[in-house]
Design a protein around this ligand. Structure first.
Ligand code: FE2
Length: 441
């Protein structure tokens, strides 16, 4: 007997009338029209069943701190970093844990079941590291939290000097933080930035760890840290283990230079995370008009065979005053800013907050195939494009075959003469959805 049989679902690749059979927390069968005895049977009524959303770039130590101790007046990245510096001495472990747990509640409600969070290691007390390791332990039954040791104040420029931050970072790794972070564009010079990339990649090679750096998060067309990151990745044989986050300077780089850079990144199997909500908010702040969008070159990176995910980055913190853990909102913004409007490109935007992000976290047993964990999300939409368009309601969220969140169907009652009595804003099932031309890779 199965534990759970989910029937009549549409999958992100377009297959319809699909059943997913679950036993002992795993998917044991995926087939069209499958019927078998199960302790629980759920009829998806033709709606979209997706693997859970994955956020490949977040800051859980800062989340939900908006307004503490004040708000960011200029709205810039640099004032955000300064503001975070004002807040750090005031942080308590209890408050950090409470805010992070609240955010994880929001995440689960939105079907977001895996998050890679950077955690600032510059405070020698490593208070945030301890707090987020505790959060990671507590949320483990329902959410995968992966931590990146992040020298927010710069590895080499910090007030306590380079040795201090490097030693904090190593201590954080010893305590159980999973990934090595960095911020080369915030070091004092291009040379120091390059040196920080080299040192951090060497540390990753020595310890057998993954790397995820904030890299070239500026509008400077001459910023070259992603080149160094790709070069060091190749030199040290870290292929497929290194992620460049943001890469906003690529938006402003010379086209000829980018044509040389993309193959280098592809050869290094560099992963990329763009953060559309934050990039469109923080970049171009020194421009008058025209104002640059600042998002990295997502379609071109994908065309070069590079794995690109969209991250949320911030929710209600010194850098961003909005957000709710909704990765469909992130995909929606990414689609617009990168002008990814073809059917194939819109599906790529959905992949950027699901499968591509899972690849960056190196999540095991993720997906809707036999043998994968029974983690999935039933959405009030008939396909990925409609899910993005509506930022679809997460009707049911499952973790290891157990229901962990549910939200009622979103319908509006209409009080109009001669018109239907309600609408869900979905196209009727029998109306063409224009997805025929999309063939999944
Ligand atoms: Fe970030």
């Amino acid at each position: 007997m199965l534990d759970l049989l989910l029937k009549n679902a549409t999958l992100p690749d377009g297959r319809t009338s699909m059943s997913i059979a679950v036993r002992a927390g795993k998917i044991v069968e995926v087939a069209a029209g499958l019927d078998a005895p199960a302790q629980q049977v759920v009829d998806a009524q033709g709606l979209l069943l997706s693997p859970p959303f994955v956020d490949a770039h977040f800051h859980m130590d800062a989340t939900l701190s908006y307004g503490l101790p004040r708000v960011n007046q200029s709205g810039t990245l640099l004032e955000g970093i300064a503001l975070w510096g004002e807040l750090k001495p005031l942080l308590t472990q209890e408050a950090l844990i409470e805010r992070a747990l609240t955010y994880c509640d929001w995440a689960v409600a939105k079907g977001l079941l895996a998050i890679r969070s950077h955690v600032d290691i510059c405070d020698p007390r490593l208070l945030a590291v301890e707090a987020l390791l505790e959060v990671k332990r507590r949320v483990a039954p329902y959410l995968d939290l992966q931590l990146v040791a992040f020298p927010q104040d710069g590895l080499l420029r910090g007030p306590q000097g380079p040795e201090q931050h490097l030693s904090n970072l190593k201590r954080a790794l010893d305590m159980g933080v999973d990934v090595i972070g960095g911020i080369p564009h915030f070091e004092r010079t291009m040379a120091d930035g390059a040196l920080s990339v080299k040192l951090l990649c060497e540390l990753a090679a020595e310890r057998g760890l993954m790397v995820d750096m904030h890299c070239d998060e500026s509008d400077d067309p001459l910023s070259r840290h992603v080149e160094t990151l790709a070069f060091e990745t190749r030199r040290l044989g870290l292929h497929g283990r290194v992620t460049g986050s943001h890469l906003t300077s690529m938006h402003s780089m010379d086209n000829y230079y980018v044509s040389k850079l993309l193959p280098l990144m592809a050869e290094a199997q560099l992963r990329v995370v763009a953060n559309p909500l934050i990039n469109i908010t923080l970049q171009g702040r020194h421009d008058t008009y025209p104002k640059r969008r600042g998002l990295t070159r997502v379609p071109e990176l994908l065309a070069a065979g590079i794995n690109v995910a969209f991250g949320h980055d911030c929710v209600m913190d010194p850098w961003y005053s909005l957000g709710s853990g909704d990765m469909l909102e992130v995909a929606h913004m990414g689609l617009h800013v990168a002008q990814m409007t073809s059917q194939a490109a819109m599906h790529q935007c959905f992949d950027a907050v699901t499968v591509n992000a899972a690849r960056i976290l190196n999540l095991q047993d993720y997906g809707l195939e036999v043998g994968c964990n029974a983690d999935f999300c039933l959405l009030q939409a008939r396909n990925p494009v409609e899910a993005i368009r509506l930022r679809a309601t997460r009707l049911k969220v499952y973790r290891r075959g157990q229901l962990v969140a549910e939200t009622p169907l979103a319908t509006s009652q209409l009080l109009l003469s001669g018109r239907p009595t309600q609408t869900s804003l979905m196209l009727p099932a029998d109306q063409p959805h224009f997805t025929d031309s999309y063939l999944p890779a």
